[in-house]
Write a protein that binds this ligand. Structure first.
Ligand code: OOB
Length: 624
């Protein structure tokens, strides 16, 4: 791990940023201050701080008993459930290093993380919603016999746990005190994932000291108190939800964390009303879907005080609608798992809140904005953002991608920003080969590499193109291998192929075009600019509603494809529909009478026919 140079570490300590706190100490402090206050609630259970701490200690001894030694890595892949906090803090207590996988990752990503992170264990759940994590667990167990696989059993009706795996409940002990094995404040606490610009995403090493400085400051900037109720809608393991101020900021403040089961407006707003949620974090497309939803006015949202939006650029037009639509203060968040996080402050004037992506957390965040030759530009001029500071990494895990850091230790973010004379930043573009699809980051090269494994694909090039709903969607150009023994499948077949390889759903191209050749630049490289050009934002037309075909046509409309290319037997997953689009459709169909329809049932349909039957049944129930 690349460490901070001693003179910087000294300065960060002297200035009171690094206070020698570990994550275990963070939870212990909150537990001591508020033992009987609610810590975390999900759909199945609720734990006070004392109960959470007890669960953590009981599990920590269990993890220690698995034969893992201090510093061993453990890939954690869990959805937004209370057990997530128990597991992660138990790993901290046991001196183990979590690698924070996303719940949306497929077996391809998990396998890669286990391999590259040289992990000794993988912790997941059995089933959650539509996702059968147990299948990933079984494959990891098979491919990595030396890796301990621990499964939290959430679903009593789930199929049997895969052979060779251990139930989380089995390793729970009755011990109520710490194992005393936590790593030190200045040591590696966990590995976070980078959005990635290369074939293999990079791992981000964060220490307790640097991360918790950003957490405490964030909780302060966002004014979390023990009375706050923090609703978790985005994946809990993402840096935004984890620490900006996220669940860790909530714990620092002694606040109540509510894990919301699904991101659709009806579920989220019902949870806001029921738990009196005061604060939510979201990505822009989610906010757009929530604003448009009829559920917004159907629930009591009066408890909501702050809506944070980040992860991707929030348009000014959407930003302007947020305060009135939800009766909240909007807070823009521009951050990165590598470190730097910018916030608009809650008492900033409206112009700053809707027109900028905020300013850095720390007075010691050194922000440098440079032109292509590396020369700093004047305020007001767009340039490439570089940063160095008390919670920004100095290098990736295992020395990956050294070119992402300058000789004097600045991290090159790949974002094009404009700074004003007060230090507020506006994100105006990007100079990294990365797609930002609804806040989820995709490295084109990674998707290309998967496409290239197909025998009928000679070449593949993946780009992000502007999209009204998602911000950007993924477009893949494919050149068929003419001499191949197998024919190139159609668009749905190619998606099915990628899915079978275990690629995360959010990385599967939204659109696939088969071409004879790629446009090239003057020096003969594939011109991704040319491939992006001419691909305008797709407007999603609203279709007429009559039974079966109309639903199919709504569906095709959302995907901006010709309904004639869809058949009832097409697998829902292979259509490339994402949860945001599905949420919008759900809202529309609900408004048209399918009152009892829920996100889960819709999302778990195998085929389009099955989904349509579910919608029609819900409409009929209402009609009767
Ligand atoms: C957050 O973290 P990552 O690591 O998934 O992605 C970082 C990248 C940034 O470099 C930038 O390209 C983009 O995501 N980004 C934004 C943005 N917030 C992030 N682009 C425009 N406007 C914004 N508000 O995404 C993340 C980490 C902590 C807090 C919030 C977001």
């Amino acid at each position: 791990m690349t460490v901070y140079p001693p003179e910087f570490a000294l300065r960060y300590r002297e200035r009171g940023y690094w206070i020698g706190q570990t994550h275990s100490a963070l939870l212990a402090g909150a537990t001591q201050a508020h033992p009987s206050r609610p810590a975390v609630t999900d759909d199945r259970r609720s734990l006070t701080y004392a109960e959470l701490q007890a669960g953590v200690h009981g599990l920590a001894h269990g993890f220690a008993g698995l034969g893992l030694s201090a510093g061993d890595r453990v890939v954690v892949q869990m959805p937004n459930v209370s057990e997530y906090l128990e597991v992660v803090f138990a790993l901290f207590d046991a001196g183990l290093v979590p690698i924070f996988a996303l719940a949306t990752h497929g077996v391809a990503e998990i396998d890669d993380l286990v391999t590259r992170g040289e992990a000794d264990a993988y912790v997941t759940v059995d089933t959650f919603g539509a996702t059968r994590f147990a299948d990933i667990a079984a494959t990891i167990r098979e491919r990595h016999p030396g890796v301990a696989v621990v499964v939290a059993e959430l679903d009593a009706t789930a199929a049997e746990r895969p052979a060779g795996t251990t139930a989380l409940a089995e390793i729970r002990t009755a011990q109520t005190s710490s194992t005393g094995r936590s790593s030190q404040p200045d040591e590696l606490a966990f590995l976070q994932l980078s959005g990635g610009t290369t074939g293999t995403p990079k791992l981000i090493p964060r220490t307790h000291d640097d991360y918790l400085y950003s957490v405490r400051e964030s909780a302060d900037i966002c004014r979390l108190t023990p009375e706050s109720v923090f609703g978790v809608v985005l994946p809990v393991s993402h840096n935004f939800t984890m620490s900006s101020p996220g669940v860790l900021g909530a714990i620092h403040a002694g606040a109540h964390i509510v894990m919301v089961g699904a991101p659709d407006a009806a579920t989220v707003f019902a949870a806001v009303a029921r738990h009196r949620i005061t604060q939510l974090s979201a990505v822009p497309p989610l906010v757009a879907a929530w604003i448009d939803s009829p559920s917004r006015t159907a629930h009591d949202l009066s408890s909501l005080a702050v809506l944070q939006v980040g992860g991707a650029k929030l348009s000014r037009a959407l930003a302007e609608r947020v305060p009135d639509a939800f009766g909240v203060v909007l807070q823009q968040v521009f951050g990165m798992a590598e470190g730097l996080v910018n916030y608009t402050r809650l008492d900033d004037d409206l112009e700053t809140i809707v027109g900028t992506q905020g300013r850095p957390i720390s007075p010691d965040d050194e922000v440098r904005i440079v032109d292509p030759t590396g020369t700093p530009v004047a305020d007001g001029t767009p340039g490439s953002l570089q940063v160095r500071g008390p919670y920004t990494i100095r290098g990736y895990w295992a020395g990956q991608s050294p070119q992402s850091f300058t000789d004097d230790g600045f991290y090159c973010t790949g974002d094009i920003v404009v700074r004003d004379d007060r230090g507020y930043l506006r994100v105006v573009g990007r100079d990294k080969d990365q797609i930002n699809r609804a806040g989820e980051k995709i490295a084109p090269e990674e998707v290309e590499n998967h496409l290239l494994t197909h025998a009928a694909v000679r070449d593949a090039s993946v780009v992000g193109v502007p999209d009204d709903r998602l911000g950007e969607r993924i477009l893949a150009y494919v050149i068929p291998a003419t001499s191949a023994q197998v024919p190139l499948p159609d668009e749905f077949g190619i998606r099915g192929y990628l899915r079978e390889r275990g690629l995360a759903r959010f990385k599967i191209p939204d659109q696939i075009l088969v071409v004879d050749e790629f446009p090239t630049t003057a020096v003969g490289k594939v011109s991704k600019n040319a491939q992006r050009d001419g691909q305008d934002a797709v407007d999603t037309p609203d279709a007429q509603v009559t039974p079966h075909d109309a639903i199919l046509s709504d569906f095709a409309g959302k995907l901006a494809i010709d309904p004639a290319t869809l058949s009832g037997s097409t697998a829902l997953a292979d259509t490339g529909i994402d949860s945001l689009a599905l949420m919008a459709l759900l809202d529309k169909w609900r408004a048209q009478g399918a009152a009892g329809l829920d996100f889960e049932t819709l999302a778990t349909s195998e085929t389009l026919d099955e989904m349509i039957a579910v919608v029609l049944a819900a409409q009929t129930r209402r009609a009767n």
